[in-house]
Design a protein around this ligand. Structure first.
Ligand code: GDP
Length: 594
């Protein structure tokens, strides 16, 4: 039999296609919200950083009730640095809702997650969103989705996906692609999910099998394992067995469980096959491990966890001005924070190499940058090194990680991309002209070669290029150093004056990045600066700045939209043995002019 009272789905969307608005609207229109006074926070990706970078980082659970059916909705991170996490989230669901903008159509960022979903055999429902906008092209967009499904190897059942046309903004939906047919509710979406996405198997009379797919942590209950009950039942008070990754067994009594309701977690006494739950009370519970009936030790196969390929050194700030800006500055603060992160992030490793120094390893530049950026915003002040790839011996040969890079770009930028990646020791694997003057390029690149490449790529393609990468494999080390130091970097030296600025880079287009808190070595600031206003700089001491093209000695340069540098931008200018200061106010590289 099936559990018709429940559906487990994951939601996949390209950033800005309306995932958050849609989930908010589902919450509002389901009975879930009757119990809650009002929706005071947006359902998903509330984290600013996620928004800025166009990805979702944290998997979040939401649950809604529609006509007596509980729908558990899981968010999927859209970036390949989080590949293992995507697989684990998909292992908990039976279907996915793919949200596609009715004008923009399918975008490369969704390919990665969609491919994983199709491989894992989940059933898709497609929502063509923003149907209220003028000049949408819903029929073409559906064709594009179909082509993509075929290309990604969808099976016969997956290809027969139902399509719902919706305006998440207006809270309307319909099975018809004519905007005039929109109905004033999200019922067409709810109905498609309930009709097409399989209900979980009801084998709750059989012995318990629960598997941890995600970890969470809080100070009161400690480590929390989130996952799905795949078989049987679990009740508070039950004696059950945890089967660890190394195969050892631990018996324990279930003391506390939570289910999901709206955006909240609610304590529950019992769960059965098909339910998603958060289980606390076992402090060393880990991703992939199973909780089973003590009389039937029958664990589920382990889940995939990505190994780290990149590391950075974190250490306390030793600059003469240390401690001015941060709330958390000591080695103990750093250690505690990193240990806390380890509780929930299974692809992270931390090794203390000196009393004030930690080597932190992760899945890629983005993975580590997000941790650093979060810490900065929480009030930490510390230093980080340029990232280094983790080399490994395979059959006696020194190997380094290679990434598979997929680029979609207007054809006019193809030449410079190929050249730039050439200097980074990339090998081209594929090139397809996809029409409309667009080309898709695929490269295999040593992960070393991608460090600091994102900024260069964005500026090279004027923001029109899209770059995705996934770990490919460890291959023998490529000889020599990789990458190109950018010319024209105008970098500051720190002084004790608090109100001055430093210029990091003057690009061809005249954009200058600035950060508050340091002194300009090469120029002088004329006029006031606020986050919104342009900043005028008089380059008076420019004799060393031979590479600066847009402003030379005795000229005035205008700094457009000054803002804090991102870590990735700083990394481009860092050398192997240099450290960058991370404070709540800025990310700051102390360096002489080139
Ligand atoms: P997410 O990044 O996928 O979570 O996208 P959001 O839900 O944040 O939506 C991105 C932008 O698109 C916001 O400005 C929304 O107001 C807007 N938006 C979302 N759904 C619709 C829609 O159905 N119609 C229109 N016109 N705009 C929408």
């Amino acid at each position: 039999t099936k559990r018709n009272d429940i559906r487990n789905i994951a939601i996949i969307a390209h950033v800005d296609h309306g995932k958050t608005t849609l989930v908010d609207e589902l919450l509002k229109q389901s009975s879930t919200l009757d119990e809650r006074a009002k929706l005071d926070e947006r359902a998903m990706d509330s984290n600013d950083i996620e928004r800025e970078r166009g990805i979702t980082i944290l998997a979040k659970n939401t649950a809604v009730d529609y006509k007596g059916t509980r729908i558990n909705i899981l968010d999927t991170p859209g970036h390949a640095d989080f590949g293992g996490e995507v697989e684990r989230i998909l292992s908990m669901v039976d279907g996915v809702v793919l949200v596609v903008d009715a004008y923009e159509g399918t975008m490369p960022q969704t390919r990665f997650v969609l491919k994983k979903a199709l491989e894992q055999g989940v059933i898709p429902v497609v929502v063509v969103n923003k149907i209220d906008k003028p000049s949408t092209r819903p029929a073409e967009v559906v064709d594009e989705v179909l082509d993509l499904f075929i290309e990604l190897g969808a099976d016969n059942e997956q290809i027969e996906f139902p399509v719902v046309y919706a305006s998440a903004l207006n809270g309307t939906s319909s099975k018809s692609d004519d905007p005039a047919d929109q109905e004033a509710s999200m019922d067409a979406i709810f109905d498609a999910v309930i009709e097409h996405i399989p209900a979980p198997e009801d084998n709750s009379d059989e012995p318990l099998q629960f598997q941890v797919s995600l970890l969470d942590y809080n100070d009161y209950v400690g480590r929390i394992g989130i996952g799905r009950v795949f078989r049987g039942k679990i009740k508070v008070g039950d004696s059950v067995t945890l089967v660890k990754i190394d195969g050892t067994h631990k018996n324990f009594r279930v003391t506390k469980m939570h289910g999901f309701f709206g955006l909240k977690r609610v304590e529950i006494q019992e769960a059965k096959a098909g339910d998603l739950i958060a289980l606390s009370g076992m402090d060393d519970i880990f991703v992939g491990e199973s909780v089973v009936d003590s009389q039937h030790i029958d664990p589920l196969p382990l889940l995939h966890i990505d190994e780290p390929t990149l590391q950075m050194t974190f250490r306390t700030n030793d600059s003469p001005f240390a401690g001015r800006e941060g709330k958390f500055v000591t080695a103990r603060n750093l250690e505690d924070r990193l240990m806390q992160e380890l509780q929930t992030d299974v692809s992270l490793r931390v090794e203390q190499t000196a009393p004030d120094t930690f080597v932190v390893s992760g899945r890629g530049e983005l993975h580590l940058s997000i941790l650093i950026e979060n810490m900065r915003r929480e009030g930490f002040e510390f230093q980080v090194s340029r990232p280094k790839v983790i080399v490994r011996e395979v059959d006696g040969v020194q190997c380094e990680p290679f990434e598979r890079v997929q680029i979609d770009t207007p054809e006019e930028y193809m030449g410079s991309i190929i050249e730039a990646l050439g200097t980074r020791k990339a090998e081209m694997a594929d090139m397809v002209h996809t029409g409309n003057g667009q080309v898709r390029l695929v490269f295999l690149v040593p992960a070393r070669g991608l460090i600091g490449f994102t900024t260069e790529f964005m500026s090279m393609t004027r923001g029109y290029g899209i770059l995705n990468h996934t770990f490919d494999e460890y291959r023998p080390m490529v000889d020599g150093s990789i990458g190109r130091r950018r010319n024209g970097a105008l970098v500051a030296q720190e002084s004790g004056q608090a109100t001055t600025y430093s210029i990091m880079n003057i690009e061809d287009r005249g954009t200058i990045f600035v950060m508050p808190g340091t002194d300009i070595y090469g120029g002088m600031i004329v006029g006031e600066h606020s986050r919104e206003n342009d900043l005028t700089v008089n380059i008076t001491k420019a004799k060393n700045l031979t590479n600066v093209r847009s402003a030379t000695k005795d000229q005035t340069a205008v700094i457009k939209q000054p803002r804090i540098l991102t870590l990735e931008e700083s990394i481009e200018f860092m050398d192997e043995d240099e450290y960058c200061e991370v404070t709540p106010e800025s990310i700051r590289l102390r360096k002489q002019i080139l």
